[in-house]
Design a binder for this molecule. Structure first.
Ligand code: SAM
Length: 289
């Protein structure tokens, strides 16, 4: 098999197999070996088990397989799987599984392929994510609390900026708070559209998410905490008091004022100024009444 790391090689491979990149499935294939290597390096998969989401025609899969003990490649598009099998046929440590990353139980998947011990020890996840479903995939992985040690994801730069944002800035929102509750994000590299085929209309970025061993804040009701955070950012331009009282939570204004006072937060402030710790404290005080 010749190298697949050039726009021409990707185009030819798709054409030979009667395929085209499906926009509806977020198919933007990597054509640049350097970027692929950077993702594989940042994923730190050496001698480890890694689940790759959306392997496509295998650009990242090959780089992961050269380092990892076991690669489990989870692909939704059944039509692309035969090409992926052909491209990866030289590697005995790649297992291709057809499935939807938003629905898959990752612990069960790893247990089935690599055994119960690997599922217990924890494993890595890496992907050039399909951009249309970035947030649902990340939320699924965190909310189901799978035994994942770290994740490295290529995504739209704008989404990466929101995930990594700190309080006070325009990018800081519910996605920042919820993801940072589960993990510490860090930037691996920014990526221009030119390394993909077809080229996306947006800039991209690779980020790493290292799961916290224990949550950064103490919360007795996680679901309520997330609801408070989402409600607070639901109406960005409103004060915290108005955003929370006009949200689906239907919290009473006096109750919000009392909880804010107890947390030392000005109810007239806006959600984007609050740290995770302040959100946690506020949510605890709101649920105490
Ligand atoms: N990894 C390849 C690469 O870097 O060239 C392809 C990346 S492409 C951006 C996204 C891949 O995710 C496509 O192969 C697409 O078919 C697949 N995909 C889309 N939705 C998916 C889902 N819900 N679960 C698993 N794979 C999905």
């Amino acid at each position: 098999m010749e190298s697949i790391y050039s726009p021409r090689a990707v185009r030819d491979l798709l054409k030979k197999n009667g395929l085209h990149a499906k926009k509806s499935l977020g198919q933007n294939f990597l054509t640049d070996r350097n970027i692929v290597q950077k993702i594989a390096e940042a994923a730190e998969v050496d001698y480890d088990t890694v689940v790759e989401i959306g392997p496509g025609i295998g650009a990242l899969t090959l780089a992961l397989a050269a380092r990892a003990e076991q690669v489990i490649a989870l692909e939704l598009d059944k039509k692309i799987v035969p090409v992926l099998r052909e491209v990866t046929s030289g590697f005995a440590n790649i297992t291709i599984v057809e499935g939807d990353a938003v629905k898959e139980n990752f612990d069960t998947l790893v247990e089935g392929v690599a055994g119960p011990q690997k599922a217990r020890e924890g494993y890595r996840v890496a992907a050039n994510l399909p951009y249309y479903v970035t947030t649902p995939i990340i939320m699924h992985l965190f909310e189901k609390d799978f035994n994942i040690k770290s994740m490295v994801f290529m995504m739209q730069k704008e989404v990466a900026d929101r995930i990594m944002a700190e309080p006070g800035g325009k990018d800081y929102g519910s996605l920042s708070v919820v993801v940072q509750f589960f993990a510490k994000p860090s930037l691996v590299t920014k990526v221009p559209p030119t390394v993909f085929l077809p080229q996306p209309e947006v800039e991209s970025a690779v980020i790493r998410l290292d799961k916290h061993k224990s949550p950064p804040v103490n919360i007795s009701n996680k679901e309520f905490f997330f609801k408070v955070v989402r409600a607070a950012f639901g109406k960005r331009r409103k004060t915290l008091l108005n955003a929370l009282s006009n949200s689906a939570l239907k919290l009473d204004k006096t109750l919000i004022q009392k909880a804010c006072e107890k947390s030392g937060i000005d109810p007239k402030t806006r959600a984007e100024t609050l740290s995770i710790e302040q959100f946690a404290d506020l949510s605890e005080n709101l649920s105490a009444w």
